[in-house]
Design a protein around this ligand. Structure first.
Ligand code: FAD
Length: 399
């Protein structure tokens, strides 16, 4: 097997590493300390990163993007995450949804939305599914229960649709210019049959951002409430068919899934390991540096084993997903895509806790070690995380 990176992959890796070291690391704690969650965001860093290609990395070359493959994307997300994992997530949220525009939207929608996205360094994207009473059951709804899943109502009104209701926890919610929005257009059937997927620009009349959630970790990342009060959206913004939203979303061939949750976790593990090693090498106890004590060595070696195992697993999975995304690919099996997220969650939480433990009392006051552990705790809540095990088990036992 050949694990070497291509010249192009190395170039992106170095570019992302330099950006993380020179631009992200100096501001990560300063942004984390800001109390008001609306103020933690920094447009200047987004513009700088965008100019280097980190916002448009995944857009195919035919649309003016960089057309990076999934391995390159994973390497870049991990490198950026070493500097600040919430900023890395802000960028790769755009990779996921910009690819969706190029894959599942029609020509008119692509013309109207991908061009402005490419042209504007402040054009960010979001995807709205979660509601106060619809969360895990958006991802794994009972087969035919109309009560499960999102309720956001969309009704036809001439050439337009009127959307009413609320979404919550939506990433890039207070900063995105365009959202994919899951609505319910037939409440009497399950969301598999009664969903319509819309493109909703943030300047849509009747649409507004509500509160921005005040999270313990990922404080830079903006998770917001979206309020739809007779939001008027043209019929031309329906993706696929009316009541065909589930089918339209399933046509995404990018294989991106939630790979960023594993790639970013790898970047945090790298950062925590680096921090732990530095601390252990410079701190002295009982006349010896910490790194000379066996219990400390055991902690550090566990951190390293988990980090390297995650690196291998996440890059292998990215490579498999890249092969699966090619036209005519034989295997569409995605067991590893689920398993790697489960492993990423347990690894990132363990590695950051070991780093915190290593710092001990200082750790409670060392904001950097504490921040990584708070960021890692977010994995407990992400993308229906408790259901990943169930999805993985289903794939395993049905295959
Ligand atoms: C940082 C962050 C970013 C996010 N970004 C987005 C976004 O961009 N767009 C978006 O739409 N959403 C977003 N979300 C929302 C996210 O997808 C949901 O929070 C997630 O799906 C919640 O899933 P859950 O299983 O953790 O919680 P819930 O579904 O609320 O479950 C709560 C608890 O109930 C249990 N439970 C749920 N269903 C069952 C069941 N059937 N049987 C038994 N137990 C059950 C769960 O295991 C869990 O313990 C984001 C959330 C966070 C934290």
């Amino acid at each position: 097997m050949d694990f070497s990176l291509t010249e192009e992959q190395r170039e992106w890796q170095h570019k992302a590493r330099r950006f993380a070291d020179e631009e992200l690391k100096p501001l990560t704690l300063e942004r984390d300390r800001i109390a008001d969650p609306r103020q933690t965001f920094d447009w200047e860093i987004i513009k700088k990163g965008s100019r280097l290609g980190f916002r448009t990395l995944a857009v195919p070359k035919a649309y003016g993007g960089h057309g990076a493959d999934l391995v390159t994307q994973t390497i870049v997300m991990a490198e950026l995450a070493r500097g600040d994992n919430a900023i890395s997530k802000t960028f790769c949220q755009c990779w996921k949804w910009s690819q969706l525009i190029t894959i599942i939207c029609n020509q008119d929608q692509q013309d109207r939305f991908i061009r402005p996205f490419m042209a504007d360094d402040t054009y960010l994207l979001g995807y709205a599914a979660t509601e106060p009473n619809a969360s895990s059951d958006n991802r794994m709804p009972p087969e035919s229960d109309p009560k499960a899943g999102w309720k956001l109502k969309a009704e036809r009104n001439g050439d337009d649709w009127l959307i009413n209701g609320e979404k919550m926890l939506i990433a890039n919610g207070s900063v995105a210019k365009l959202f994919f929005v899951n609505t319910r257009t037939n409440p009497n059937v399950s969301i598999r049959e009664g969903t319509t997927l819309f493109l909703v620009p943030s300047d849509t009349p009747g649409f507004r951002v509500g509160k921005v959630f005040n999270k313990n970790g990922w404080r830079f990342y903006q998770n917001a409430e979206l309020i739809f009060d007779n939001a008027r959206v043209p019929h031309a913004n329906v993706i696929g068919e009316v009541n065909g939203g589930h089918k339209a979303r399933a046509a995404d061939t990018s294989q991106f899934g939630d790979i960023e949750l594993a790639g970013i976790a790898l970047g945090i593990c790298d950062a925590a390991l680096e921090m732990g090693l530095q601390y252990a090498r410079k701190t002295t106890r009982e006349g010896r540096v910490l790194s000379a004590h066996q219990t400390v060595q055991l902690r550090l070696s566990e951190m390293q084993v988990l980090t390297e195992a995650l690196r291998s697993f996440v890059l292998r999975t990215a490579w498999e997903r890249e092969l699966a995304s090619q036209p005519g690919a034989k295997s569409k099996d995605y067991l590893n895509a689920q398993l790697v997220m489960i492993f990423a969650k347990s690894s990132v939480q363990r590695v950051t806790q070991l780093n915190l433990d290593l710092h001990r009392a200082i750790g409670a006051m060392d904001e950097a070690a504490d921040k990584l552990a708070r960021d890692a705790a977010i994995w407990t809540h992400l993308a229906g995380s408790t259901l990943l095990n169930i999805i993985a088990a289903k794939v395993l036992f049905n295959s």
